[in-house]
Design a protein around this ligand. Sequence first.
Ligand SMILES: Nc1ncnc2c1ncn2[C@@H]1O[C@H](COP(=O)(O)OP(=O)(O)OP(=O)(O)O)[C@@H](O)[C@H]1O
Ligand SMILES: [Mg+2]
Length: 313
Amino acid sequence: MQASPAVQTFNLTRLYGDMVALNNLDLTVNRADLFGFIGSNGAGKTTTLRILATFLAPSGGRAEVLGHDVVRDADAVRHLIGYMPDFFGVYKDMEVTEYLDFFGACYKIPSAQREKTVNDVLELVGLAEKKGAIIGALSRGMQQRLGLARVLIHDPKVLLLDEPASGLDPRARIEMMAILQELQRLGKTIIISSHILSELETLCNRVAIIEKGRLIYAGPVQGVRDQMTTGRVVWVRVAGDPQQAAALLRARPEVTSVDEADGRLKVALASHDTDHSIVAEVLVRGGARLIELREDELGLEEVFLRVTKGETQ
Ligand SMILES: Nc1ncnc2c1ncn2[C@@H]1O[C@H](COP(=O)(O)OP(=O)(O)OP(=O)(O)O)[C@@H](O)[C@H]1O
Ligand SMILES: [Mg+2]
Protein backbone atom coordinates (compact mmCIF):
# COMPACT_ATOMS: atom_id res chain seq x y z
CA MET A 1 0.00 0.00 0.00
CA GLN A 2 1.26 3.43 -0.86
CA ALA A 3 1.93 5.75 2.07
CA SER A 4 -0.70 8.44 2.47
CA PRO A 5 0.23 12.03 1.64
CA ALA A 6 1.27 14.20 4.61
CA VAL A 7 -1.82 16.36 4.32
CA GLN A 8 -4.88 15.97 2.17
CA THR A 9 -8.18 17.81 2.07
CA PHE A 10 -11.31 16.65 0.28
CA ASN A 11 -13.96 19.21 -0.66
CA LEU A 12 -13.03 21.08 2.48
CA THR A 13 -15.60 23.78 3.15
CA ARG A 14 -16.04 26.27 5.96
CA LEU A 15 -18.80 28.80 6.45
CA TYR A 16 -18.88 31.69 8.89
CA GLY A 17 -22.60 32.45 9.01
CA ASP A 18 -23.54 32.84 5.35
CA MET A 19 -20.02 33.65 4.31
CA VAL A 20 -18.18 30.88 2.47
CA ALA A 21 -14.58 31.11 3.67
CA LEU A 22 -13.47 27.80 2.16
CA ASN A 23 -15.15 26.39 -0.87
CA ASN A 24 -14.60 22.72 -1.71
CA LEU A 25 -10.86 22.89 -1.31
CA ASP A 26 -8.87 19.87 -2.49
CA LEU A 27 -5.24 20.00 -1.44
CA THR A 28 -2.50 17.41 -1.43
CA VAL A 29 0.77 17.97 0.36
CA ASN A 30 3.32 15.20 0.01
CA ARG A 31 5.65 14.01 2.71
CA ALA A 32 8.77 16.16 3.07
CA ASP A 33 7.27 18.92 0.92
CA LEU A 34 8.10 22.48 1.79
CA PHE A 35 4.72 23.66 0.64
CA GLY A 36 3.79 27.29 0.04
CA PHE A 37 0.16 28.17 0.77
CA ILE A 38 -0.52 31.46 -0.89
CA GLY A 39 -3.43 33.84 -1.04
CA SER A 40 -4.26 37.47 -0.45
CA ASN A 41 -5.88 38.75 2.75
CA GLY A 42 -9.07 36.87 3.48
CA ALA A 43 -8.37 34.09 0.98
CA GLY A 44 -8.83 31.38 3.61
CA LYS A 45 -5.27 30.43 4.59
CA THR A 46 -5.70 30.77 8.35
CA THR A 47 -9.08 29.02 8.21
CA THR A 48 -7.50 26.04 6.42
CA LEU A 49 -4.54 25.83 8.80
CA ARG A 50 -6.80 26.07 11.85
CA ILE A 51 -8.90 23.19 10.54
CA LEU A 52 -5.78 21.10 9.92
CA ALA A 53 -4.58 21.99 13.42
CA THR A 54 -7.93 20.68 14.83
CA PHE A 55 -8.88 24.09 16.26
CA LEU A 56 -11.75 24.68 13.91
CA ALA A 57 -14.36 22.26 12.58
CA PRO A 58 -15.05 22.08 8.85
CA SER A 59 -18.61 22.80 7.71
CA GLY A 60 -18.25 20.23 4.94
CA GLY A 61 -15.71 17.89 3.41
CA ARG A 62 -12.82 16.50 5.41
CA ALA A 63 -9.09 16.64 5.95
CA GLU A 64 -6.41 14.15 6.89
CA VAL A 65 -2.95 14.48 8.37
CA LEU A 66 -0.78 11.42 7.71
CA GLY A 67 -3.93 9.40 7.16
CA HIS A 68 -5.71 10.60 10.34
CA ASP A 69 -8.98 12.45 10.05
CA VAL A 70 -8.67 15.85 11.74
CA VAL A 71 -12.12 15.59 13.33
CA ARG A 72 -12.52 11.91 14.22
CA ASP A 73 -8.89 11.39 15.10
CA ALA A 74 -8.03 14.83 16.47
CA ASP A 75 -5.81 13.58 19.32
CA ALA A 76 -3.55 11.66 16.97
CA VAL A 77 -3.36 14.66 14.66
CA ARG A 78 -2.36 17.01 17.51
CA HIS A 79 0.67 14.86 18.23
CA LEU A 80 1.71 14.79 14.61
CA ILE A 81 1.52 18.51 13.94
CA GLY A 82 3.22 21.64 15.14
CA TYR A 83 0.98 24.66 14.56
CA MET A 84 2.35 28.17 14.68
CA PRO A 85 -0.54 30.65 14.52
CA ASP A 86 -0.28 34.00 12.75
CA PHE A 87 -0.48 35.82 16.08
CA PHE A 88 0.77 34.20 19.20
CA GLY A 89 1.57 35.60 22.56
CA VAL A 90 4.81 34.84 24.30
CA TYR A 91 5.27 35.21 28.02
CA LYS A 92 7.52 38.22 28.02
CA ASP A 93 8.72 37.87 31.60
CA MET A 94 9.82 34.28 31.21
CA GLU A 95 13.26 33.03 30.34
CA VAL A 96 13.70 31.26 27.00
CA THR A 97 14.46 27.84 28.54
CA GLU A 98 11.70 28.14 31.12
CA TYR A 99 9.20 28.83 28.38
CA LEU A 100 10.22 25.82 26.29
CA ASP A 101 10.47 23.59 29.33
CA PHE A 102 6.87 24.54 30.15
CA PHE A 103 5.64 23.43 26.73
CA GLY A 104 7.77 20.29 26.93
CA ALA A 105 5.95 19.46 30.17
CA CYS A 106 2.60 20.08 28.46
CA TYR A 107 3.54 17.43 25.92
CA LYS A 108 4.51 15.14 28.81
CA ILE A 109 8.16 14.89 27.86
CA PRO A 110 9.81 13.34 30.96
CA SER A 111 11.80 15.94 32.91
CA ALA A 112 15.05 13.98 32.51
CA GLN A 113 14.74 14.33 28.73
CA ARG A 114 13.46 17.87 28.62
CA GLU A 115 16.72 19.70 29.02
CA LYS A 116 18.22 17.96 26.02
CA THR A 117 15.09 18.47 23.94
CA VAL A 118 15.03 22.18 24.78
CA ASN A 119 18.72 22.51 23.89
CA ASP A 120 18.19 20.68 20.62
CA VAL A 121 15.35 22.88 19.44
CA LEU A 122 17.18 26.04 20.49
CA GLU A 123 20.15 24.88 18.47
CA LEU A 124 17.90 24.24 15.47
CA VAL A 125 16.42 27.71 15.46
CA GLY A 126 19.73 29.41 16.21
CA LEU A 127 18.89 30.61 19.71
CA ALA A 128 21.34 28.50 21.70
CA GLU A 129 23.08 31.64 22.90
CA LYS A 130 19.86 33.16 24.21
CA LYS A 131 18.97 30.38 26.63
CA GLY A 132 18.94 32.52 29.76
CA ALA A 133 17.49 35.61 28.10
CA ILE A 134 14.19 37.14 29.14
CA ILE A 135 11.79 36.71 26.22
CA GLY A 136 10.65 40.34 26.27
CA ALA A 137 14.23 41.39 25.55
CA LEU A 138 14.47 39.35 22.33
CA SER A 139 14.08 40.97 18.92
CA ARG A 140 10.97 40.29 16.86
CA GLY A 141 12.86 37.86 14.63
CA MET A 142 14.17 35.98 17.66
CA GLN A 143 10.72 35.81 19.24
CA GLN A 144 9.41 34.42 15.98
CA ARG A 145 12.14 31.77 16.02
CA LEU A 146 11.29 31.00 19.64
CA GLY A 147 7.70 30.47 18.49
CA LEU A 148 9.03 27.99 15.97
CA ALA A 149 11.13 26.28 18.66
CA ARG A 150 7.96 25.90 20.72
CA VAL A 151 6.12 24.03 17.97
CA LEU A 152 9.12 21.74 17.47
CA ILE A 153 9.32 20.61 21.08
CA HIS A 154 7.34 17.39 20.62
CA ASP A 155 9.15 16.57 17.37
CA PRO A 156 6.09 16.86 15.12
CA LYS A 157 6.21 15.41 11.62
CA VAL A 158 4.12 18.11 9.99
CA LEU A 159 4.55 21.83 10.58
CA LEU A 160 1.71 24.26 9.91
CA LEU A 161 3.16 27.76 9.93
CA ASP A 162 0.83 30.70 9.45
CA GLU A 163 2.86 33.58 7.96
CA PRO A 164 5.95 32.92 10.10
CA ALA A 165 7.96 35.58 8.26
CA SER A 166 5.45 38.43 8.48
CA GLY A 167 6.78 41.54 10.12
CA LEU A 168 10.38 40.39 9.88
CA ASP A 169 13.12 42.45 8.28
CA PRO A 170 14.88 40.96 5.23
CA ARG A 171 17.72 39.47 7.24
CA ALA A 172 15.42 37.86 9.81
CA ARG A 173 13.28 36.57 6.95
CA ILE A 174 16.28 34.91 5.31
CA GLU A 175 17.26 33.34 8.64
CA MET A 176 13.75 31.99 9.07
CA MET A 177 13.78 30.54 5.55
CA ALA A 178 17.15 28.87 6.17
CA ILE A 179 15.77 27.21 9.30
CA LEU A 180 12.77 25.93 7.36
CA GLN A 181 15.05 24.44 4.73
CA GLU A 182 17.03 22.71 7.45
CA LEU A 183 13.80 21.32 8.91
CA GLN A 184 12.79 20.02 5.51
CA ARG A 185 16.18 18.35 5.23
CA LEU A 186 15.44 16.65 8.54
CA GLY A 187 12.40 15.11 6.93
CA LYS A 188 9.64 17.41 8.22
CA THR A 189 6.69 18.26 6.02
CA ILE A 190 6.14 22.00 6.16
CA ILE A 191 3.18 24.09 5.09
CA ILE A 192 3.94 27.78 5.19
CA SER A 193 1.38 30.43 4.35
CA SER A 194 2.11 33.84 2.92
CA HIS A 195 0.42 36.49 0.83
CA ILE A 196 3.67 37.08 -1.01
CA LEU A 197 4.28 34.60 -3.79
CA SER A 198 7.82 35.72 -4.56
CA GLU A 199 8.82 35.23 -0.92
CA LEU A 200 8.27 31.51 -1.35
CA GLU A 201 9.61 31.22 -4.89
CA THR A 202 13.04 29.92 -4.01
CA LEU A 203 12.02 28.25 -0.77
CA CYS A 204 9.17 25.93 -1.63
CA ASN A 205 9.13 22.95 -3.93
CA ARG A 206 5.38 23.21 -4.39
CA VAL A 207 2.74 25.87 -3.90
CA ALA A 208 -1.01 26.22 -3.84
CA ILE A 209 -2.72 29.51 -4.52
CA ILE A 210 -6.17 30.11 -3.12
CA GLU A 211 -8.55 32.98 -3.58
CA LYS A 212 -11.92 33.45 -1.89
CA GLY A 213 -11.66 29.95 -0.49
CA ARG A 214 -11.09 28.27 -3.83
CA LEU A 215 -8.00 26.59 -5.13
CA ILE A 216 -6.73 28.29 -8.25
CA TYR A 217 -3.37 26.65 -8.67
CA ALA A 218 -1.41 23.75 -7.17
CA GLY A 219 1.94 22.54 -8.41
CA PRO A 220 5.54 23.63 -8.79
CA VAL A 221 6.35 27.34 -8.44
CA GLN A 222 7.59 27.56 -12.01
CA GLY A 223 4.26 26.26 -13.23
CA VAL A 224 2.50 29.33 -11.84
CA ARG A 225 4.13 31.57 -14.39
CA ASP A 226 3.69 29.15 -17.26
CA GLN A 227 0.09 28.23 -16.54
CA MET A 228 -1.21 31.58 -15.48
CA THR A 229 0.10 33.72 -18.25
CA THR A 230 -1.19 33.41 -21.74
CA GLY A 231 1.13 34.47 -24.51
CA ARG A 232 4.08 36.81 -24.34
CA VAL A 233 4.65 40.49 -24.71
CA VAL A 234 7.53 41.95 -26.69
CA TRP A 235 8.45 45.65 -26.79
CA VAL A 236 10.01 47.01 -30.01
CA ARG A 237 11.40 50.32 -31.17
CA VAL A 238 11.97 51.01 -34.86
CA ALA A 239 13.59 53.85 -36.80
CA GLY A 240 11.01 55.59 -39.01
CA ASP A 241 7.26 55.15 -39.02
CA PRO A 242 6.02 52.93 -36.17
CA GLN A 243 2.59 52.63 -37.85
CA GLN A 244 4.15 50.91 -40.83
CA ALA A 245 5.94 48.48 -38.54
CA ALA A 246 2.72 47.90 -36.61
CA ALA A 247 0.90 47.05 -39.84
CA LEU A 248 3.56 44.47 -40.74
CA LEU A 249 3.16 42.81 -37.38
CA ARG A 250 -0.64 42.89 -37.35
CA ALA A 251 -0.69 40.92 -40.60
CA ARG A 252 0.84 37.92 -38.83
CA PRO A 253 -1.32 35.20 -37.25
CA GLU A 254 1.12 34.77 -34.33
CA VAL A 255 0.49 38.36 -33.24
CA THR A 256 -2.68 39.07 -31.27
CA SER A 257 -2.32 42.83 -30.83
CA VAL A 258 0.03 45.76 -31.42
CA ASP A 259 -0.25 48.98 -29.42
CA GLU A 260 1.85 52.08 -29.61
CA ALA A 261 3.12 53.60 -26.39
CA ASP A 262 5.85 56.25 -25.97
CA GLY A 263 7.17 55.66 -29.47
CA ARG A 264 7.48 51.96 -28.80
CA LEU A 265 5.31 49.10 -29.93
CA LYS A 266 3.85 46.64 -27.50
CA VAL A 267 3.43 43.38 -29.36
CA ALA A 268 1.38 40.59 -27.83
CA LEU A 269 2.06 37.09 -29.12
CA ALA A 270 -0.72 34.52 -29.06
CA SER A 271 1.16 31.70 -27.44
CA HIS A 272 3.80 31.23 -24.82
CA ASP A 273 5.53 28.85 -27.23
CA THR A 274 6.01 31.43 -29.97
CA ASP A 275 9.64 32.40 -30.23
CA HIS A 276 9.91 36.19 -30.06
CA SER A 277 12.51 36.20 -32.86
CA ILE A 278 9.49 36.04 -35.16
CA VAL A 279 8.93 39.73 -34.41
CA ALA A 280 12.44 40.70 -35.51
CA GLU A 281 12.14 38.59 -38.61
CA VAL A 282 8.84 40.13 -39.72
CA LEU A 283 10.14 43.65 -39.24
CA VAL A 284 13.46 43.16 -40.94
CA ARG A 285 11.91 41.32 -43.89
CA GLY A 286 9.36 44.11 -44.23
CA GLY A 287 12.13 46.68 -44.46
CA ALA A 288 11.75 48.25 -40.99
CA ARG A 289 14.89 49.17 -39.05
CA LEU A 290 14.81 47.57 -35.65
CA ILE A 291 16.50 49.55 -32.86
CA GLU A 292 15.39 47.70 -29.78
CA LEU A 293 13.57 44.48 -28.95
CA ARG A 294 12.87 43.40 -25.42
CA GLU A 295 10.69 40.68 -24.02
CA ASP A 296 8.46 41.59 -21.11
CA GLU A 297 9.31 39.17 -18.33
CA LEU A 298 6.26 38.91 -16.15
CA GLY A 299 7.33 39.02 -12.54
CA LEU A 300 5.85 36.37 -10.30
CA GLU A 301 4.16 39.07 -8.26
CA GLU A 302 2.49 40.45 -11.35
CA VAL A 303 1.32 36.98 -12.32
CA PHE A 304 -0.03 36.51 -8.81
CA LEU A 305 -1.93 39.79 -8.93
CA ARG A 306 -3.45 38.86 -12.25
CA VAL A 307 -4.37 35.42 -11.03
CA THR A 308 -5.94 36.60 -7.83
CA LYS A 309 -7.83 39.39 -9.58
CA GLY A 310 -9.26 36.69 -11.78
CA GLU A 311 -7.90 38.24 -14.97
CA THR A 312 -6.66 34.93 -16.27
CA GLN A 313 -9.71 32.92 -15.27
N1 LIG B 1 -14.16 34.02 13.13
C1 LIG B 1 -14.61 34.51 11.99
N2 LIG B 1 -15.85 34.98 11.86
C2 LIG B 1 -16.33 35.44 10.69
N3 LIG B 1 -15.62 35.48 9.55
C3 LIG B 1 -14.35 35.04 9.61
C4 LIG B 1 -13.79 34.53 10.82
N4 LIG B 1 -12.51 34.15 10.56
C5 LIG B 1 -12.30 34.41 9.25
N5 LIG B 1 -13.39 34.94 8.67
C6 LIG B 1 -13.55 35.32 7.25
O1 LIG B 1 -13.19 34.20 6.46
C7 LIG B 1 -12.44 34.58 5.33
C8 LIG B 1 -11.11 33.88 5.33
O2 LIG B 1 -10.35 34.35 6.41
P1 LIG B 1 -8.89 33.79 6.75
O3 LIG B 1 -8.49 34.41 8.04
O4 LIG B 1 -8.92 32.31 6.68
O5 LIG B 1 -8.04 34.36 5.54
P2 LIG B 1 -6.46 34.48 5.38
O6 LIG B 1 -6.15 33.96 4.01
O7 LIG B 1 -5.77 33.86 6.52
O8 LIG B 1 -6.24 36.06 5.38
P3 LIG B 1 -5.02 36.96 5.95
O9 LIG B 1 -4.00 37.02 4.86
O10 LIG B 1 -5.67 38.29 6.16
O11 LIG B 1 -4.52 36.34 7.21
C9 LIG B 1 -12.32 36.11 5.41
O12 LIG B 1 -13.30 36.67 4.59
C10 LIG B 1 -12.59 36.41 6.87
O13 LIG B 1 -13.16 37.67 7.03
MG1 LIG C 1 -4.45 34.57 7.94
